[in-house]
Structures are given as C-alpha cells and as structure tokens.
Design a protein around this ligand. Structure first.
Ligand SMILES: [Zn+2]
Length: 667
C-alpha cells in the first residue's frame, strides 16, 4: 500500500524552478542559505519552520519531545536497510572523529564523499536507486584509515568493497528469489515461497478488519527448521531504540494538546511494548481522529516500499505543525470532495456514493527521521490499512516548508532544467509565474482527493493489480489532479489564482514525464520507480493518443528535443479518458489491462532520447536528488526552568550526522 508520495517534487516543483521570483513575503527576502552541502548526485538543504514562534510553550514542548522520540528511532532504519549498515557507519564515524588523519588529499576527500553518501542513504545502498555504491578511494587506503582509527574488523572492507555482497537493497531481479537477493534485514534463512506460505496460513481473507500481518517483524528459520516471526518491540529486536522512543513519548503525553493525542500516544507506547498489531490499528484509529491539534506526528513502522514482498514496514518519524493559512486551500477541496467525485470523468459504477473521511491540511516539517530523513516526501496520506481508511478516514497532508525549500534552493543556482527543457520563452515565463502554485495545487488534488476517489466493484480484491498496483494507483491520483487543475471550479473556489495557471502544470508534467525525470535513471536501465512510471505512462499515452491532432508535439531545435503542448483542452480530454480507463482497470481488477498499460508506456525509455537528456542535464551541473538537515530544537533554560524552545538552523550536514550518531545512537 503506497500512500506516501515521496519524490513528486524532485522534478516537479523543485529542480525545474530556478531564477524565478520567490513567493511574496517568503524566503529570498532574507539571507537564509538553503543549500548547505552537495556531493555525488545529492544536495543537502535546510528548511525553516514558519510560525514556530506562534506556538505556545506547551505546544513547543510537545513538539520537542516528539522530535526527540523521532530521532531516537534513526538506527532502526539503518539496521532494517541491511544488517551490516550500522557496523559500517560506526566504523566511518570513528574514522571521521579520529584526530591526526591527513585530510587534504584526494583519497580522503573520496572517503568523505562515501561517508556523506552513506549517511544520506541510511546505509550502503543508494536511497532511491537501491544499488550498492562504493568508495572512490582504493581499498588499501580505506584499510589504512581503519587502522589509524584503531578498528580491527577483517570483514568490513569486504562488506564495503565487494560488489557481490548485498548488491541491492531491494532486488529488482526478475528471476531468482527476491527475498534472498535483497539486502534488507527483514528475512533470514527463508525463501520467498516459505514466507508467502507462512503468511497465507495466517491471513484470513474474510476478516473485515485484518491486522497488517508481518508489518513489525523479522521472519527467520531456526535450526529446528521452523519459521518464526521475531517482533520489533521492547524486549524484542530494536528494544534499546524503542525504549528511548517510549521515554520521550511518555514525556510528550504529559504536554499533549488534547485528550485524543494523549490517548493515541498511550496506545502507541503499548504497541511498542507488546508488538501487538491490534494496538497498532487502535492507535491509527485514534490518531486519525486528531484533526484539531496544531502539532502532529508520525512515529512507527509505516511504509512497506523497502520489502520486496510489501509487508515489512520501515521505521519513520515525522513531527510537523499545521500551516493555517495554506490549510484553508485544502480544507476547501475536502469540503467539496463530493462535487469532485460526482463530476469526475469515470464510469458512475466506479464512483463512491459518499466520499468520507478526507482530512487534508498543509503542514510544516519540524523534524524528519528514519525513512523520512534526509530524503523526505512532500505529501503524506496515512494510515495505510484499507479498512481503517474506509471506516475511520485518513489524514492527508502536503508539506509546505519542504516544497518551498526545494524552490528556494533551486533559485540559488545559476542554471535550471526549466530553461534547458522548456521550448519557448512563453512556457518559461508562464512556469515562473504560475508553476509553483499550480504544482502545489496538483499535489493537493492528488493527495486530498485523488487517492480517496473511486471504488472497487464488489468481490474485486485490493491486491488484484499485483506488482503494477503502486504505479497504477499513483497514475490514478495524478490524473485526477491533472484533470481538475484545469477545471473552472478551481478558480471559482478561489484555489486556482488564474484560469490560465493550470497550463504551467500541464507543460511541466509533459516535459517531466517524457524527458526531465529520466535524468535520474542510469543510461540503459529501465524506468522502475512507481511515481516515475506513472508520469511516463500518462505523458507517453497522451503523446500517442493525441498524435494525429498534434496535442503534444515533438520538436527538435539545434539538435535538442522538446515536447510542446499545442492543445490544452484536448490534453485535458486525454487525461480524462485515461483516468476513466485506469479507474475501470482498478475497479474491475483487470490485471492484464493494467500490466499492458505499464509495460507499453511506463518502462522502456528510448535510448537516444535518454542519452540526450542525460547529456543536457549533466551540462547544467545540477544534482538530481535532494535531502534535508533538521533544525535543532534547543530548550532555552532560565533560572533552572525551560522558558522556550528555539529552532537552531545548522549549516553543517556532516556535523548533524555525527551528532545524531552520538546523541541518538541506540543500536
Ligand atoms: Zn500518491
């Protein structure tokens, strides 16, 4: 169940923008520097917390303890990503803190880049591509560093340098055993078949309220040949981290904003103590109810992207505060949810008679941790359990300060993908004028309404789409958003500022789906990530279906390829047609049709175009991926009393990583 829409921004809002005027009254006016570090294919930014000063002391204290709880979970993710990750990190930390090592040479600088990449990825595998990466310095040099740091570990260099050991975090091999081939630390000594059998015996398909079987456990086969689940709980695996998390959650409980938060935290603590998945569901039901608080959080084993079998969840922590001004926009969308459902271009049989439980708000991040740190989503929709979403609703948020930081950081740069890949001045001007807001509104529609829209026909399984489910679901939500960004209703509701603004999003989406996003795929590799597949599917399908009317036209100028939208109304009609079809596929559980769409339009990248895109992008000297350091929330003590909590904005990426290792290292 993929609900978190990480990465939407990378080439949507973020990397495409440059040299555009900062939104009024926001950054750009001050000297705050957003990009603080940059290496390999990554850049690290820092975000500000707007309106922090307006919180009461109690709210600040609540957010502070939730942030501490979030940071204490960091090591869990490292160990989940691969069981050797913490061992490697501890060695790297020790080297970085060893005095007397000569640093002004190329080998050390290569080691430093490796260390920074390691921290960024929470382990030895690229955070996005999931392939293992290697230090550029020679193995003998690394051995020397280990020696200087007093580390005696014969296996370490082999783990770091041998490409055969843990080659991929989550394997993308199409043949072989995904469970055995993946580096993730979710299974040990078991085959895919054994795991699937094990869970098939547990799961009762007729249970209307199933727990998320396997969400918080490691599956192992003992010497006795029996397959068991070892829970991640206090007294079980990850106990030291979970104990510290709970200590902070207890403190947070005493300063919570309301009874619901207090109750929810109590249940969460019980869940960590027992590992009981019923408690996890109970917690989520309570957590969904809290729509009134200003401070909110995510803390737990949340998303199952990293498990090749889609069951085990990665640990994640997130603390945020509501952005009241911007939330008005999404509240308006939610209030009109039924209108959008009724007027969507899908077959009435596939529409929900009543759309309920959509609570949407705009938030600002206060602390990112685990699976959300340093790389983080810009929109989140939780909880993941389908029946809870259906019966109790879900919370859907967009994260304003993260999105804005991407924009501001891009503006600090001299070159931009927008100028490179947009065909005309008019297109560039329009994007500068409306791009940010139109893109935000598209994200709002995607998160608040898109995922929640539509229904399955009776008897159709929620897992009918198999391995194509995520990409198709993202496409459905994106198409819902694309269709409605152009609707006059959006202007009427006061959300879209101008009837022409949506065109900026259409241009952007097509450019991105057909070209720009491939800057993040290695030449010769297929397009495999769900969100990227969804965008390619939509853009390619519209290019083909609109070819005879030249709805989207491929143009070549000075040897450079461009895709230009000629007819926005017809493009919108194509979005509507594809939305209707993908909704039909999902509602009817038409696996073959879903597979066919993905395999025809989403996977294969034209090698000549891919090469061109990579070369043009390389010449811009931009980084395809971004991540963030957190502000440190520091208690201000006066006469022995905490009188305030202040965010301190660090500009030292490595410093924060080393600090977290020391202060929040638990495993
Ligand atoms: Zn999504």
């Amino acid at each position: 169940m993929n609900r978190i829409c990480a990465m939407i921004t990378l080439l949507g809002t973020a990397a495409l923008l440059a040299a555009c005027d900062a939104p009024a009254g926001k950054a750009g006016a001050d000297d705050f520097k957003y990009t603080i570090d940059s290496f390999a294919d990554l850049k690290v930014m820092r975000y500000q917390i707007p309106d922090w000063e307006n919180l009461s002391l109690q709210q600040k204290e609540y957010a502070y303890h939730l942030a501490e709880a979030a940071k204490y979970g960091r090591d869990i993710l490292w160990d989940q990503n691969c069981k050797e990750n913490l061992r490697v990190r501890h060695a790297v930390e020790t080297i970085l803190e060893t005095e007397g090592i000569e640093t002004e040479n190329a080998d050390y600088q290569s080691f430093l880049v490796y260390a920074k990449r390691l921290f960024f990825s929470n382990g030895m595998h690229h955070h996005y591509a999931e392939d293992k990466f290697f230090p550029a310095c020679p193995r003998e040099y690394f051995a020397l560093l280990l020696e200087k740091a007093g580390i005696q570990d014969e296996e370490l260099l082999e783990i770091i340098y041998n490409p055969e050991i843990y080659p991929q975090r989550r394997s993308t091999e199409t043949s072989g055993d995904l469970v055995k081939l993946s580096a993730v630390n979710f299974y040990e000594g078991v085959t895919r078949e054994e795991v699937e059998k094990y869970y098939a015996a547990l799961v009762d398909p007729s249970d209307p309220h199933p727990v998320s079987w396997g969400l918080n456990t490691k599956v192992v086969k003992g010497a006795d040949g029996i397959i068991r689940e070892l829970p991640w709980k206090i007294g079980g695996i990850y106990s030291p981290a979970l104990e510290k998390i709970c200590e902070e959650l207890v403190k947070a409980q005493t300063v919570a904003e309301n009874d619901i938060q207090q109750r929810a935290l109590g249940i969460l603590i019980e869940y960590y103590q027992t590992g009981d998945l019923k408690k996890w569901d109970e917690f989520n039901i309570e957590w969904v109810k809290d729509t009134l608080g200003t401070v909110d959080f995510i803390n737990g084993f949340i998303e199952d992207y990293n498990d090749p079998l889609g069951r085990k969840a990665s640990w994640e922590g997130y603390v945020n505060i509501k952005d009241f001004e911007a939330s008005k926009r999404t509240e308006t969308l939610s209030a009109n949810a039924q209108w959008f459902e009724d007027n969507s271009p899908v077959d009435p049989r596939f529409k929900k008679a009543t759309v309920k439980g959509i609570s949407a708000k705009v938030i600002n991040a206060v602390c990112l941790s685990g699976d959300s740190y340093p790389s983080t989503p810009i929109g989140i929709n939780l909880p993941n359990a389908d029946w809870i979403r259906k019966e109790h609703g879900s919370k859907s948020v967009t994260i304003a300060n993260i999105t804005h930081t991407y924009d501001y950081a891009a503006q600090e740069l001299p070159t931009s993908t927008l100028a490179e890949f947009a065909f005309s001045k008019k297109e560039i001007e329009r994007y500068k004028k409306w791009g940010t807001v139109a893109d935000e509104i598209h994200t709002d529609l995607h998160e608040c309404l898109g995922h929640g829209s539509g229904q399955l026909l009776p008897g159709v399984s929620t897992t009918a789409m198999g391995e194509y489910a995520s990409a198709l679901e993202e496409a459905r939500a994106d198409l819902f958003g694309l269709y409605y960004t152009a609707d006059p209703k959006m202007v009427e509701l006061g959300i879209m500022p101008d009837p022409e603004a949506y065109k900026a999003e259409y241009d952007n989406y097509i450019r991105n789906g057909l070209m720009v996003q491939f800057t993040r795929v290695e030449l010769g590799r297929p397009n495999t990530e769900a969100h990227m597949q969804n965008r390619k599917l939509i853009a390619e399908w519209c290019l083909e279906k609109g070819a005879k009317d030249k709805v989207i036209e491929k143009k070549v100028r000075n040897g450079k390829t461009y895709f230009v939208v000629n007819d926005y109304a017809k493009l919108r009609a194509l979005f509507a047609e594809l939305l209707a079809e993908i909704q039909r596929i999902k509602s009817e559980g038409d696996y073959e049709a879903g597979k066919n769409l993905i395999e025809t339009y989403a996977v294969h990248i034209d090698p000549a175009l891919h090469k061109e895109v990579l070369e043009r992008f390389k010449a811009l000297n931009l980084k395809p991926y971004g991540g963030f350091v957190n502000p440190e929330i520091v208690p201000v003590v006066k006469d022995g009393q905490v009188v305030d909590y202040k965010p301190v904005y660090t500009d030292d990426y490595l410093g924060q990583m080393l600090l977290y290792g020391k202060k929040y290292g638990t495993l």
